[in-house]
Design a protein around this ligand. Structure first.
Ligand code: BEZ
Length: 211
């Protein structure tokens, strides 16, 4: 069955471009992003892996460990990485899983046979420090992902895991948040010293609480 939000992220031990990795040990107490690519030496994947290496500092700032996956073998990844570095003007700086036996791909349901029998789709799993799955995304092979959106979701996940807020449509870091409906007005006054705006009993805004 497909993995769902709140499920434990299944553990695995696998070869990567940076040696053998045990997923849970690799994550430690950090957040994690595990994302799959259909195939080595393909154009969209090349741009995605290059872009992620350029914004790795954004994942580091948020305490998120990066782990990519492609079903091709290690030797193929090594050659392809050179191409990514050359064409995207970067240095790939995070591990890429080699999964020719589809061990992780099957564990995480990354192969959708009606889309393609053998290649993984573009899956994204965000895992929390508790090893639970916080976000899943599935993109088709033909569409490169928006990694700024993924950083935005991580900001929301990290904020809402610590404060009694949710984030509205198109929210970005620093903007007003929504007071969770479960909180009474009295408790909201205590939790949010800057106050809140009440549009409806269920629609209350407050300044982002951690800045
Ligand atoms: C790509 O990464 O460019 C790609 C991979 C598989 C199918 C289509 C595009």
């Amino acid at each position: 069955m497909a993995l769902r939000l709140g499920d434990e992220a299944p553990n695995f031990t696998i070869e990567t471009t940076e040696g053998t990795i045990n997923f849970h040990e690799y994550l430690g107490n950090s957040w994690g992003i595990l994302f799959s690519h259909p195939k080595d030496y393909t154009p969209v994947c090349t741009t995605e892996l290059g872009y992620v290496s350029k914004i790795k500092n954004e994942f580091d700032k948020r305490n998120v460990k990066i782990l990519a996956l492609s079903v091709d073998p290690l030797e193929s990844h090594k050659g392809w990485t050179k191409d990514i570095n050359e064409t995207q003007n970067t240095t790939v700086n995070y591990p890429i899983i080699a999964d020719p036996e589809r061990k992780v791909s099957n564990l995480y349901d990354m192969i959708h046979p009606n889309a393609n029998e053998t290649f993984t789709v573009r899956s994204v799993f965000i895992v929390g420090p508790d090893k639970k799955i916080k976000l899943t995304l599935t993109y088709p092979a033909s569409t490169g992902r928006n990694f700024q959106e993924i950083l935005r979701v991580i900001d929301s996940l990290q904020l809402t895991s610590s404060y009694s807020v949710a984030t509205p449509a198109n929210w970005n870091y620093g903007e007003d948040c929504i007071v969770v409906p479960a909180l009474s007005d009295d408790d909201a006054n205590k939790k949010f010293p800057k106050g809140f705006r009440k549009i409806k009993p269920y629609l209350r805004y407050t300044a982002q609480p951690n800045i």
